[in-house]
Write a protein that binds this ligand. Structure first.
Ligand code: HEM
Ligand code: FES
Length: 438
């Protein structure tokens, strides 16, 4: 529910307000959306703040846009380890540059009395949001390393799903809180653009590149007509440029199928019989997977223990996947002591499912960003992106009549024992009581 509000409703509200609010303000208050320069009031602090901020944020946002618009190219670039390292280091460096610039700008706004006089509450809100956004970005770069790589399978498909009007939050569901907060604060940032001086971002004076040098027009009726001529031309050129940009943007949206999606969103799908059947099949598949998930949840609510496997079926090389009481993936192995060894299969880095194959050093691999976990201790290798160990889970062994033969809790405390005689009929379960106390 909260995912739907924060990652579906909020983005659409933010995009709607940003696009239509900005157009409305540009049309109705054409002289209100400049950056309202305060350079003549105070210039030293401005230089040390504005320059690092604009250099840093322009490059970072450009990288965001490229990663989003051409995900295939970005992914293939990031699959080269040297490029990935370079992009990560430059990103981190630039985020600190931005933070530094922003802090200087914030201090300047709060301490210079001249600048304070022209500072509105909205300016302070904007500075706060930017500090939050960039601070969270820098924290992601430090704590959730290789974001330039994992964004291709998480945030990029999520953003595309929003743009193509088929919102899908499953891509970001398991991301750490830091990344989710960064995304929410980006939508809030979009939301305030039309009400703040941030609107100047869309007022890049491109026509300055092509306009003729400025003319001073004398108030002389005879000269007036001749002097006005270049301005008429300039106006026409500006309209031409705007129309060109509008057509290019429209063409871009058209090529992505956005208009088709908007049309089918409002007027229902116009599908052939074959397409309709395929869509039904897809929906049926999704429903089936939801049903089987709900069944698992119900089973876990109703039963105090759930069968994982007969003990004889477990081994130390290939684990058996199962779903624990918290509906998270886990793997069952046989440990060195001949007893079951249950370990969580949810990577402690960003939540990918860890492989169930043990290598010759007793480790299992999370393929997403290459973390190896020791199955006996749960610990990741020293330079892995994952920092926390995979937790072990408790288990209970019962015979076919339901008599408990042995058990182990999540802390690793074992009771009972298995003999060669009892092993043949022993079955391994997870127990609700153990997981609730863990
Ligand atoms: C929904 C929109 C956004 C998404 C999905 C997003 C996603 C990300 C991701 C995945 C990273 C980590 C990159 C890495 O570790 O290399 C990141 C970093 C960062 N983001 Fe965003 N971001 C969004 C919007 C923004 C906005 C609007 C700003 C600034 C106004 C911003 C500023 C930053 C900064 C400063 C960094 C750290 C620099 C870096 O490591 O590249 N982000 N963002
Ligand atoms: S999710 Fe990144 S290493 Fe597992």
């Amino acid at each position: 529910m909260s995912d739907t509000i924060l990652f579906v409703a909020l983005p659409y509200l933010a995009l709607f307000v940003c696009v239509f609010g900005s157009i409305y303000r540009i049309r109705t208050q054409p002289f209100s959306y400049s950056s309202l320069s305060s350079q003549f009031l105070e210039s030293k602090g401005l230089m040390w703040g504005s320059l690092p901020w604009h250099i840093g944020i322009t490059v970072i946002l450009l990288a965001h846009v490229v990663a989003f618009l051409v995900p295939g190219l970005w992914q293939s670039l990031m699959s080269n380890q040297t490029v990935l390292m370079a992009v990560e280091s430059i990103g981190l460096g630039l985020s600190f540059l931005c933070l530094l610039g922003l802090i200087v700008l914030a201090v300047r706004r709060l301490t210079s009395s001249k600048v304070q006089a022209v500072t509105s509450t909205m300016d302070l809100v904007v500075i706060f949001l930017l500090l939050l956004q960039v601070g969270l970005g820098a924290a992601i770069a430090v704590h959730c390393r290789w974001g330039s790589s994992w964004c291709s399978g998480t945030t990029t498909p999520y953003l595309w799903s929003i743009l193509l009007l088929q919102p899908d939050t499953t891509h970001i569901h398991d991301l750490p809180l830091l990344v989710k907060a960064h995304i929410v604060s980006a939508w809030l940032f979009l939301l305030v653009i039309p009400f703040s001086r941030l609107l100047h971002m869309f007022a890049v004076p491109l026509e300055y590149l092509v306009r003729p040098p400025q003319n001073v027009v004398w108030n002389n009726p005879r000269r007036f007509e001749a002097q006005a001529q270049p301005f008429v031309k300039e106006e026409a050129r500006r309209h031409f440029l705007n129309a060109g940009l509008g057509i290019a943007f429209g063409g871009f949206l058209l090529s992505m199928g956005t208009f088709r999606n908007i049309f089918s969103f409002f007027f229902g799908p116009r599908l052939s019989r074959k397409e309709e059947a395929e869509l039904m099949e897809l929906r049926l598949g999704r429903l089936e997977s939801t049903v089987s998930q709900r069944k698992l949840e119900l089973e876990r609510q109703a039963a105090n223990c759930i069968l994982v496997a007969p003990l004889a079926e477990l081994n130390s090389v290939t684990g058996k996947y199962f779903i624990d009481y918290k509906m998270q993936p886990a793997i069952a192995f046989k440990g060195k002591d001949g007893l079951p060894l249950f370990i969580s299969a949810k990577c402690t880095h960003l939540g990918c499912t860890v492989s169930n194959k043990v290598d010759d050093q007793g480790k299992i691999l999370c393929p997403c960003h290459v973390s190896y976990f020791d199955i006996e201790t749960g610990q990741p290798n020293a330079d892995a992106p994952a920092k926390e160990p995979l937790p072990h889970l408790g288990w209970v062994i019962m015979d076919e009549r339901g008599k408990v033969l042995a058990s182990r809790n999540a802390k690793g405390e074992t009771t009972g024992a298995i003999t060669a005689l009892t092993e043949a009929n022993a079955r391994v379960y997870i127990a609700k009581s153990q997981e609730e106390s863990a």
